[in-house]
Design a protein around this ligand. Structure first.
Ligand code: ZN
Length: 541
């Protein structure tokens, strides 16, 4: 007797082959039979007209902390995700020292509200914390380069000493021994940006020694001035550390460099032809979520928010900040393409772009941007408001998104976080980027069914066996006897994302067409309803 049988579906195995009609039989945690099954089963799902495929794997995610506040992983389960991957962009939740724990408590106040005590230090302790209490999805853990660097040398904006480098190597080893599957870096961000390539190579060699891979928010996605050098750098890391490398959320951010996308793709092809194992992941949105603070010159942010407020109140300094803002505003598509998605000081601003605000205020758009930022920061530092000032920036082209999506070595990743329209995350992260809720159904609906960018079986491969291969998950990502029973059932005719950029409620809208979800043999979503099952595990290396 089977525990579960999914009958009459169109099975897409995840290998890239087109669908075939079959039943899928599950016993305990495994798929044990695929075919025309006459076995009895304790539980039956009728999948007539639906696609039955492996559970989706979210190759790029930032759920290190939010998943502790929402172990049901609502936003993921409703998208059909059965396995997620974090840390990302170099920044994770372990190892932590006391100063870092204090920072986590401050930056993630939802943890306290959810009754989560931030008391772990090592990667081993953090992963155990994930396991204790259960999770509705699996987690494939990575170790954050920025986190290890901060653990060893604080926020120092310099190269490490020899002793510090050795200490970082030891921490990398410990994290890999605790079960991490690779290293993530965010070389775009301070102080990780102060690491030279050689430092990154040294640490990546340690990870390579454990069979791990390297994934990176590269040094420059077009927002700094030289995206070609950034892709060259990650290829060099792959070659010299002898490690598979993955470009996180592959994209070209600024108008100035949009035309370079075909060159960047070609560079990856070339490297692969030479034997460097390069892959990438991508989210299917032309807008990224950001804040104006990231658009002004880095020196203006030095010394923290208080210093920035002082500078914004000094006429001469403000002129210089404005000159920097002018350049990045132009690169990012102008004030029309900067949509306000959250502004706690005056929620009426939400859904307007900076050009519209400027018009209303009868101001130059740059002055309006500066005023929005200054007013917000003053309100934050004097504790008058809580929460962030966020901008949705339409800074990529559809053409480039589709070009990147067509590459066989590009997987899917949300760059999101576990989120839920109910509970503490709703109030603490009130305007999530729609990719948190919509990434996978959007690739299947908009880009596959509507636009025909890739074939359906190819889209599924990018969400299943490809990321499984990148993560060295040998027993997931395929519908085949012996594989772990992570299964998603969706309607290919209706599947689509429903989350929008604004207002806040619409950002948390579940997609349509994802019907059922099985994680390690447990039905975790049935007819679009989360069952509360917590069958997920930490997929230690
Ligand atoms: Zn990133």
């Amino acid at each position: 007797m089977l525990d579960l049988v999914i009958r009459n579906g169109r099975v897409i195995t995840g290998s890239g082959n087109p669908w075939f009609r079959a039943d899928v039989g599950v016993k305990k945690r495994l798929i044990i039979k695929v075919g025309s099954l006459s076995d009895d089963a304790k539980e039956v799902i009728d999948a007539r007209g639906m696609v039955v495929c492996p559970g989706f794997i979210d190759l790029h995610d930032h759920s290190d902390l939010t998943i502790l506040a929402n172990r049901e992983a609502d936003s993921k389960v409703h998208m059909g995700v059965s396995t997620t991957v974090f840390a990302s962009c170099g920044s994770g939740a372990a190892p932590l020292n006391e100063a870092m724990r204090e920072e986590v408590r401050r930056e993630a106040p939802f943890l306290k509200e959810a009754g989560v005590e931030v008391d772990w230090s090592t990667m081993e302790e953090y992963l155990s914390r994930l396991e204790d209490g259960g999770l509705s999805i699996n987690v494939a853990p990575l170790v954050g380069f920025g986190t290890v660097r901060e653990y060893v040398m604080g926020m120092e904006m310099r190269a490490p000493t020899k002793a510090e480098l050795e200490a970082m190597k030891r921490e990398m080893s410990k994290a890999m021994e605790a079960g991490c599957r690779g290293i993530t870096t965010g070389l775009r961000y301070d102080p990780q940006s102060y690491a030279e390539t050689g430092e990154v190579i040294e640490l990546s060699k340690v990870v390579a020694g454990y069979g791990g891979f390297y994934t990176s928010h590269i040094r420059d996605e077009g927002d700094r001035g030289d995206p070609l050098a950034a892709v060259e750098e990650i290829i060099r890391i792959g070659r010299e550390a002898n490690i598979p490398v993955n470009i996180s959320h592959f994209k070209v951010l600024s108008k100035r460099f949009w035309h370079l996308a075909p060159r960047l793709v070609e560079m990856v092809e070339q490297a692969r032809a030479e034997g460097v194992q390069v892959t990438a992941d991508q989210y299917p949105y032309s807008a990224s979520g950001t804040g104006l603070q990231a658009w002004i010159p880095p020196w203006a942010n030095e010394g923290g928010v208080e210093e920035l407020v002082k500078r914004l109140n000094d006429t001469e300094t403000t002129k210089k900040i404005k000159a920097g803002l002018a350049v990045s505003m132009e690169d990012r598509g102008g004030p029309e393409n900067a949509l306000i998605s959250s502004y706690p000081l005056d929620p009426k601003m939400v859904s307007q772009n900076i050009a519209q605000v400027a018009k209303k205020w009868k101001m130059d758009p740059l002055d309006a941007g500066i005023k929005l930022l200054r007013d917000h920061l003053e309100a934050i530092t004097s504790d008058r408001v809580k929460g962030g000032f966020s901008i949705v920036n339409f800074n990529q082209t559809e053409e480039n998104i589709e070009l990147i999506m067509r590459q066989p070595w590009v997987a899917v990743g949300t760059d999101g976080r576990v989120h839920s329209p109910a509970g503490v995350l709703k109030t603490h992260i009130p305007a999530p980027h729609p990719r948190f809720y919509g990434t996978f159904p959007r690739v299947l609906g908009k880009y596959t069914r509507e636009r025909g960018v890739v074939h359906l079986s190819e889209a599924v491969r990018k969400m299943t066996s490809l990321p499984a291969q990148i993560l060295s998950l040998r027993d997931r990502g395929l519908i085949s006897p012996g594989s772990c029973a992570d299964i998603t059932v969706f309607d290919p005719d209706t599947v689509i994302d429903r989350a929008g950029f604004t207002p806040a409620e619409a950002t948390m809208r579940y997609p349509e067409g994802i019907a059922h979800q099985v994680v390690n043999g447990a039905v975790t979503m049935r007819d679009g309803e989360h069952t509360g099952a917590r069958a997920g595990v930490v997929l230690r290396r």
